[in-house]
Design a protein around this ligand. Structure first.
Ligand code: EPU
Length: 339
């Protein structure tokens, strides 16, 4: 396996940020990890970063250690029972291509998650979700490798501690586990989830099946979200914040139109709405900006550096906090952050 030095990551992150990896390699088989482990023995002080599609990352500085691009390929039906089919996918598979492949095989479950950028292996990291469905809803198990010891371990649904845009791999043991493959449990008698605002209207006169719903989700996403191939972005840049019922009552008194969704004991607000209300939609500072169709998506208009995007994000956080008293949390992994 070839190890490159001073490798540009510009084409490997959907923000299109110019950042360099001090060392870089592509991992096509788990066996290739031996080379990474050997390298690590020689450079114990340097960090290692596993990279999927680079669709949920903001590099605000060059990466001083080894970036390993995970390209493990596999798509396989591994089991089948009365109610479910179990499908396994390699971490390096493109997420959307895998979703469409399951639909072509006649399987349902992942259609609402169509067109999410990134790879299968990165998907559990932040429990990707869209239009009323999260990865955890159809997850069965995953194979991960503790790359420091080469211990191979299966993680069940419970082990993964999935939560809203969060998982064991993101919050509890970041950087320890390399996800190698993910197994999904797809229902043979699906219950379609089409009640999300905008989706039900789009599908009103249609006969529902996985392909039709997937096509609708693709069209809706394309109308709202920027295509990273055209304009650099990492999807939603902030999580939708959760506030207490009392905090919400205070916000609602001042801003009666504030959209909100009850969530257990808390209330989920729309980060996009909050940012929009602060006047940020379509705003631009140099080449850093928000998308003109959706204030939650930060974009790189061309030559923005990661630090400029991050600075722009801090200005948004400050103004949302000043107006609503709510602190937004970044959704992508910010690489090189000191705060
Ligand atoms: N809104 C505004 N102004 C805006 C954008 C949104 O007022 O500029 C309002 C909308 O009117 C709506 C509300 O905000 O009432 C919610 O908007 P939307 O339906 O677009 O969903 P979202 O909460 O902004 C979340 C996910 C998206 C996912 C969509 C659809 C997060 C952080 N984002 O966005 O996920 O596609 O729901 O399910 O949860 C991603 O994670 O990268 C991502 C794109």
């Amino acid at each position: 396996m070839k190890i490159y030095e001073h490798y540009s990551l510009k084409a490997l992150n959907t923000f299109g940020i110019e950042a360099q990896a001090r060392y870089f390699c592509s991992l096509r088989t788990l066996g290739g990890l031996k080379a990474v482990m050997l390298w690590r023995r020689e450079h114990p002080e340097l960090p290692v970063l596993f990279l999927g599609g680079g669709s949920n990352m903001l590099f605000i500085a060059d990466f001083p250690g080894m970036v390993v691009q995970v390209r493990l390929a596999e798509r396989k039906v591994i089991a089948d029972d009365q109610n479910y089919v179990y499908v396994r996918a390699g971490a390096g598979e493109n997420w959307h291509d895998f979703v469409r492949w399951t639909i072509e095989q006649g399987y349902a479950g992942l259609e609402n998650l169509s067109l999410i950028p990134g790879t299968v292996g990165a998907a559990p990291m932040q429990n990707i979700g869209a239009y009323g469905v999260e990865l955890k809803d159809h997850f069965y198990e995953l194979d991960a490798l503790d790359w420091r010891t080469a211990e191979l371990r299966k993680f069940s649904l419970d082990d993964c501690a999935f939560a809203y845009r969060d998982s064991h791999f993101k919050s509890v043991e970041p950087g320890r586990w390399l996800i190698g493959a993910v197994t999904f449990r797809l229902p043979k008698h699906p219950i379609w989830k089409t009640d999300y605002a905008g989706v039900s209207e789009y599908l009103a006169d249609k006969t529902l099946d996985a392909r039709t719903i997937s096509d609708a989700i693709i069209a809706i996403r394309q109308s709202k979200l920027p295509d990273p191939a055209v304009i650099g972005n990492a999807g939603s840049f902030f999580k939708n914040p959760l506030v207490t019922a009392d905090e919400f009552t205070a916000i609602k008194a001042k801003f009666p139109n504030c959209p909100a969704w009850p969530q257990d004991q808390l209330v989920k607000l729309s980060a996009g709405w909050l940012i929009d209300q602060c006047g940020w939609k379509g705003k631009r500072v140099g080449d850093a900006g928000t998308y003109d169709q959706h204030a939650l998506v930060l974009v790189n208009h061309g030559q923005a550096t990661g630090a400029e995007i991050w600075q722009f994000a801090q200005a948004i956080i400050a103004s949302v906090q000043a107006k609503f008293g709510v602190i937004l949390e970044a959704e992508p992994n910010v690489i090189g952050a000191t705060t």
